[in-house]
Design a protein around this ligand. Structure first.
Ligand code: GUN
Length: 296
C-alpha cells in the first residue's frame, strides 16, 4: 500500500487559517497587532529564502513583520545594540535572528541577548532549559512543527519508539526532548543516533517513528527502515539540477523513492516539515503578543 503523505503544506494551511482568525480577534478585542522583528545578516541564498517565506507567512495571518537587513560585515556590537532596542520595543513581540550568522559574530552571545519572553525561535538557553524540565516556554519551531505534523496527521506518539537521527541544537536535541516529556502528544521512548553511532541501521530499524535531521542527502535508505514505520524528513539540501531555472532542487535527508515504498507514512521535501517550521514561528509570535498584553 502506498505510504500516507504527511503534508506539512495541508496542516500548515489549516493552522494558518485558524491563526488568521485569532489575530483578527486579538486586534478587534484589544487593538493589538502581533509584531515580529526579522533580522537577516548577509546574503546567504538559503537564509534569504527562509526569511522571505517567514515574512510572507506573517502577512498571510496578519502579523506585522519588521525587517532588519544588513550586509555581511555588520559588527557584533551593532547587532547587540539592535537587539537591545527590540527588547525594549512594546510593539515587537518576537525577535527572529536568522542563522547562521557571519563568522565575526558570536552566535551564542547574540542568542543570549534576546529577551527570553520575545525569543520566538526558542533558542535562548532559558527557553531550552525550561523545555528540558517540562516547563511552559517557547518551543523551537522545527521540532514543535514535527510534533504537530505527526499529531494533526493522526499519527499517535505516546508509547511509541521514536528514533532521531541528528543531534543539532535546533532540531535533534530539542525534538528528542519534546517527544519524551511526560505530556499528552509526547511520552515516547526516544533513541538518538548521530555521527558517533556505529551501525546506525541497527537503531533506525527499531523505530516506529523515524525523524531524520542529519543535514545530508541519502542519510537514511530503505534498508535502514522497518516495514510500516512513520518517517519524518527534516533535511533541506540544495542539489544541482540543470533542468531547473534556479539551477538546483531541494531534497531531504531520506532516500524518498526507496523509503516511501516501505514506510506507512512519510513527509516529503519540500512540503513536509518546512511549512510547519514557519507556522510554529507564527504560533509563538501570537502567543507572545497575547502574553505581553495580558501582563500589561
Ligand atoms: N536557520 C535554519 N533554521 C532556522 C530557524 O528555524 N530559525 C532561525 N532563526 N534560523 C534558522
Amino acid at each position: 500500500m502506498a505510504a500516507q503523505i504527511l503534508s506539512g503544506d495541508d496542516v500548515a494551511r489549516q493552522m494558518r487559517r485558524e491563526m488568521k482568525e485569532e489575530v483578527a480577534r486579538l486586534q478587534a478585542d484589544s487593538g493589538v497587532v502581533p509584531g515580529l522583528a526579522v533580522v537577516l545578516v548577509g546574503d546567504n541564498p538559503a537564509s534569504i529564502s527562509y526569511v522571505t517565506g517567514k515574512e510572507k507567512a506573517c502577512a498571510e495571518v496578519g502579523i506585522r513583520s519588521v525587517p532588519h537587513k544588513f550586509d555581511a560585515d555588520l559588527s557584533e556590537a551593532a547587532l547587540l545594540a539592535l537587539i537591545g532596542q527590540l527588547n525594549a520595543d512594546p510593539a515587537i513581540h518576537g525577535i527572529l535572528i536568522q542563522l547562521p550568522l557571519p563568522r565575526q559574530i558570536d552566535e551564542s552571545r547574540v542568542l543570549l541577548a534576546i529577551d527570553p519572553s520575545k525569543d520566538v525561535d526558542g533558542f535562548h538557553p532559558v527557553n531550552l532549559g525550561k523545555m528540558l524540565i517540562g516547563q511552559e516556554c517557547f518551543l523551537p519551531c522545527t521540532p514543535h512543527g514535527v510534533q504537530q505534523l505527526l499529531l494533526r496527521s493522526g499519527v499517535p506518539i505516546e508509547g511509541r519508539h521514536v528514533v532521531v537521527v541528528g543531534r543539532s541544537n535546533i532540531v535533534g536535541k530539542p525534538v528528542a526532548n519534546i517527544l519524551f516529556q511526560k505530556q499528552p502528544g509526547a511520552n515516547a521512548t526516544v533513541t538518538i543516533c548521530h555521527t558517533g553511532t556505529p551501525d546506525m541501521g541497527y537503531f533506525t530499524r527499531q523505530a516506529d517513528i523515524l525523524i531524520v535531521a542529519a543535514g545530508r542527502p541519502n542519510t537514511v535508505t530503505a534498508d535502514m527502515v522497518r516495514e510500516g514505520a512513520v518517517v519524518v524528513d527534516v533535511g533541506v539540501n540544495r542539489v544541482p539540477d540543470a533542468s531547473r531555472k534556479s539551477g538546483f532542487r531541494l531534497v531531504g535527508d531520506v532516500d524518498y523513492a526507496g523509503v516511501s515504498a516501505k514506510a506507512s507514512a512519510i513527509s516529503p521535501v519540500p512540503g513536509g516539515v518546512g511549512p510547519m517550521t514557519i507556522t510554529m514561528l507564527l504560533y509563538n509570535t501570537i502567543r507572545s503578543a497575547k502574553a505581553f498584553h495580558q501582563a500589561a
